[in-house]
Design a protein around this ligand. Structure first.
Ligand code: ATP
Length: 243
């Protein structure tokens, strides 16, 4: 059975290829995600998950193929517009928490909101709420150097959620956490995303983590395993080139 064209995808990519210095990491990958959907990208180490997320989020420009978010052709935006899009509409949780060492935990969590011009008091309230939800409320006034890695990662997750992005890219987000804490943090992340209509693209090599997603796409050696629905290969309306 051929799936009908799906024009509800808020983020989609068609035939993405990317190589690092001639060494291919992605080969013709097509993918789509709807608003509020939690989509897991799975596969063994080195299969191209991070590269795919970096292409989808505009951090990398694919060698071939297209990325479209909310009608905007991300791959053809000038670098500054891609940066603005990432700042205003996307969130990123990496495997390593990258916090600003000079700022306290709440200031780190509030940073995307402050950069967008949100009033300091409002941004602080939102940041502290998310720190509480992620069980690091007591660390609000502590700088990253005074925290353990698992606490820093919870703060990075709070920072991503506090900004309520359109799409949250999460690359092995629970890797630095203790095994016992992973399920709880992932549940907080996925339930927050569902209640706020945030689309999540979740890269993981852990099958258990992937079970929390609405749908899974598997990669192997830079290619999508199994066939992509027809809607992800063709039949899309062209996206515009302005942000
Ligand atoms: N900056 C880089 N320079 C050169 N090669 C890279 C770079 N980043 C990734 N690669 C290579 O590209 C391929 C895909 O890597 P990628 O990190 O996207 O996979 P992954 O599935 O996310 O792996 P992991 O789970 O280990 O992060 C691998 O062969 C990797 O060695």
């Amino acid at each position: 059975m051929v799936a009908p064209p799906d024009n509800d995808d808020v983020l989609w990519a068609r035939t993405l290829s990317y190589a690092y210095g001639g060494s291919p990491a992605l080969l013709g990958v097509s993918i789509g995600a709807r608003k509020g959907e939690i989509l897991a990208v799975t596969g063994p180490r080195g299969c191209g998950k991070t590269t795919l997320l970096r292409c989808l989020s505009g951090q990398l420009v694919p060698d071939h193929g297209e990325v479209c978010f909310d009608g905007v052709a991300v791959h053809s935006l000038p670098a500054l517009d891609r940066e603005r899009l990432r700042c205003e509409r996307f969130g990123w949780i990496g495997t390593e928490p990258q916090l600003v060492p000079e700022l306290t935990s709440w200031e780190n969590a509030a940073l995307p909101l402050l950069l967008r011009g949100t009033a300091r008091r409002t941004a602080k309230t939102a940041a502290r709420e998310w720190l509480d939800r992620l069980d690091v409320g007591e660390c609000a006034r502590v700088r990253p150097a005074g925290l353990v890695q698992a606490q820093r990662q919870r703060i990075a997750i709070a920072r991503a959620l506090a900004a309520t992005p359109g799409v949250l890219f999460a690359d092995e987000p629970t890797a630095p956490l203790h095994r016992a804490d992973r399920a709880q943090v992932l549940r907080t992340l996925t339930s927050a995303a569902r209640s706020h209509g945030i689309t999540v693209i979740l890269a993981t090599h852990d099958e258990e983590v992937a079970t929390l997603a609405d749908r899974t796409v598997a990669l192997l050696d830079g290619r999508r395993v199994g066939s992509a629905p027809a809607s992800e290969e063709e039949g899309r309306a062209a996206c515009s080139v302005s942000a």
